[in-house]
Design a protein around this ligand. Structure first.
Ligand code: GZL
Length: 321
């Protein structure tokens, strides 16, 4: 909470006591939240943005919102502009883990609390942010690995895997790879024969899968995609190569967005690990607590499931994103 809000509140209280201001003017000033979003790269991100905007409106919070188009320099610029505007709280989903220390120090010097949503940052001093709320990406990778180990339990191997990684340097890409490899690494029959970033987008996912298919063709048994958008792009490439997605190549992805359920119901995707974008309500509640000076846990983890194609049709009507 900035000094301004405190000074303003004290001045208004004094003015209302002397009758200089009607009591009605003493109504609480709206909280101002500055949010620096990653971009609009995926269905997940679109749902995340919708959750933040609708929750801010419901909470009566004045939201200033920016879209960085997946560029770190744009996110840093947006955070600096929120500091200059003296917002009450800054929140953002760091596009990559490193390179935010300086601007976070500037926010701290300006006495503006920072909330990390969705993705975290690597900083030496974790007092630079109040809380990080979002998924456990390592566990998401483990869930994907465990599903594959079970699916292939009667397969002697080798099981050749190609991997579409998320944005290079981002927490979900680093951690989903780590969790997956922790599980499959226990059995040498699993081999990651190709791994490259598709930057979380459908277009890039399709382009990289085309290259994998050209290089490895029918050797590929499994595709592990760090998000559904890249998996959906890859499904198009697999079909254009004359192969059957989810049959010739087992496909595992993460997010569990609507497009993934549609692909599973069409028999083209085997499983999607849930990663909920619906962080808006939790964020607004944390923002109100921070402004009110209440304690907020350093880490708030979203609880999530896993959806194999066999349950997709039954689950789809219940999905909120
Ligand atoms: C995960 C989020 C990732 C999604 C992608 O919390 O950061 O970014 O998995 C999105 O779909 O682009």
């Amino acid at each position: 909470m900035t000094l301004n809000r405190r000074t303003l509140t004290a001045a208004m209280a004094a003015a209302s006591l002397t009758g200089a201001l009607p009591l009605s003017a003493f109504a609480q000033k709206k909280i101002v939240l500055g949010f620096a979003q990653v971009g609009a790269e995926s269905e997940w991100r679109t749902a995340n943005t919708e959750s933040i905007k609708s929750s801010a409106a419901e909470a009566g919070i004045d939201l200033k919102f920016s879209d960085a188009q997946q560029k770190q320099e744009n996110q840093i610029k947006a955070i600096r502009s929120y500091i200059a505007q003296k917002v009450d709280v800054i929140a953002f989903s760091p596009v990559v883990e490193t390179g935010f220390e300086t601007v976070l120090r500037e926010a701290k010097a300006a006495k503006i609390p920072v909330v990390l949503t969705d993705r975290s940052v690597k900083v030496k001093d974790d007092s630079l942010y109040v809380t990080f709320m979002g998924s456990d990406f390592i566990e998401e990778g483990r869930k994907a690995g465990r599903w594959l180990v079970d699916k292939m339990k009667d397969n002697p191997g080798p099981v050749n895997i190609v991997e579409l990684q998320g944005t290079v340097g981002s927490a979900p890409a680093i951690d989903r790879k780590k969790g997956f490899e922790e599980i499959i690494g226990k059995d040498p029959k699993f081999k990651i024969i190709r791994s490259q970033t598709g930057d979380f987008t459908r277009a890039k996912g399709k382009e990289v899968m085309e290259a994998f298919l050209k290089a490895e063709g029918k050797k590929i048994n499994v595709l592990y995609a760090h998000n559904d958008d890249m998996a959906i792009g890859a499904i198009q490439a697999i079909e254009e190569a004359g192969m059957k997605p989810a049959k010739d190549i087992t496909i595992i992805s993460i997010d569990a967005v609507k497009g993934a359920f549609e692909a599973m119901m069409a028999g083209k995707l085997n499983v999607s690990v849930e990663c909920s974008p619906l962080l808006g309500p939790q964020l607004m509640s944390a923002v109100k607590d921070i402004v009110a000076g209440k304690p907020v846990p350093k880490r708030i983890i979203t609880q999530e499931g896993i959806f194999p194609m066999e349950v997709a049709a039954a689950e789809f009507p219940k999905r909120k994103y």
